[in-house]
Design a protein around this ligand. Structure first.
Ligand code: SF4
Length: 309
């Protein structure tokens, strides 16, 4: 499939069937921690990047093929999904095809646009990100499109949250010596309190980031987090959750996942191993794909990740 992938294991969503509605990597941010690499199509133009009917056909087929094997359908993928102009229509059509909840993982930058707000109101879960407590941090971390303004974006979060009936979970990415100081955490907390999300997820860069100098915070950050975000009480560190894929087409599934998320060997084992597919078989398969120049190893945080060549 070209636009739908997975189900993939997701820290927050269990088994998620992903729908990629913008081409790699189309975004109005250039986050220093982005796991998709550098933003190659840096734009704030909202348009239908792929034909709607093709997306809908694939979604329909994927739902039929996977039936009970996923927990969520997630609009995310290779960039910022709200740049797809008719995202609202995609969500409403998908809702008519399944009872499973629909989630949108977004940077939240366009929630100030009424059309985007109305579109996302149709989703069951919206997961926006907020990494900086002020415009200086915002520019340093997210390196937004020049037409975007920090205060307007935060107002968009608040306006959306006021009318939204679904779950609104903000994700905060913390990085060593960039935004993990107590001062910055307090600034973020103040903004979060004014938005009133249903939950926050604190994350750290666990996959190779766009900029090599981005590092995970030191462990002593946890005491600050516990102190500052105590009432939110949901601090996620590295990925967890055991999960198995069902597809017999290992290579295709593997490529479709690591195209979006570089994976550690242990995650690959967790995701793909089965009675018929041992750890050793998987290692051989990875080495074969490496020799064929389809994938490559990369090192981050002293761990080996596999990513697309
Ligand atoms: S992390 Fe998300 S918002 Fe940031 S550059 Fe990557 S795709 Fe865009």
């Amino acid at each position: 499939m070209k636009y739908v992938y997975g189900p993939v294991p997701s820290r927050r969503l269990g088994r998620s069937l992903g729908v990629d509605i913008v081409p790699l990597k189309t975004c109005n941010y250039q986050c220093i921690y982005c796991q998709l690499g550098k933003t190659t199509n840096f734009t704030n133009i909202r348009t239908n990047y792929f034909p709607k009917n093709k997306l809908i056909n694939e979604i329909k087929n994927a739902i039929n093929e996977n039936k009970e094997k996923f927990d969520y359908i997630t609009f995310v993928g290779s960039g910022e999904p709200t740049l797809y102009k008719d995202i609202g229509e995609l969500i409403s059509t998908t809702k008519n095809l399944t009872n499973k909840p629909i989630c949108v993982i977004t940077n939240g930058s366009l929630l100030y646009v009424p059309e985007v707000r109305n579109a996302l109101l149709l989703a069951d879960v919206v997961l926006p990100s907020l990494d900086g407590g002020d415009k200086i941090m915002f520019k340093k971390i997210n390196r937004p499109h020049p037409s975007l303004n920090f205060d307007t974006i935060i107002q968009g979060f608040k306006d959306f949250k006021k009318i939204y009936k679904g779950k609104f979970w903000i994700e905060i990415m913390l990085m060593r010596d960039i935004n993990d100081s107590k001062k910055n955490l307090l600034k973020i907390k103040k903004i979060v309190d004014s938005i009133k999300p249903d939950r926050i997820d604190i994350n750290v860069p666990i996959r190779p980031p766009a900029e090599k100098w981005v590092k995970k915070p030191r462990k002593n950050l946890i005491s600050n987090l516990n102190e500052i975000f105590i009432e939110y009480n949901n601090i996620n560190y590295p990925e967890m959750g055991s999960f198995k894929l069902y597809s017999p087409n290992l290579e295709e599934e593997l490529l479709s996942i690591i195209k979006r998320h570089p994976m550690r060997f242990e995650q690959i084992i967790e995701t793909f191993s089965s009675e018929n597919l041992s750890r050793h078989d998987l290692l051989l398969k990875l080495e074969e794909m490496e020799l064929e120049n389809k994938i490559q190893k990369t090192y981050y945080n002293k761990k080996i990740f596999w990513k697309l060549k």
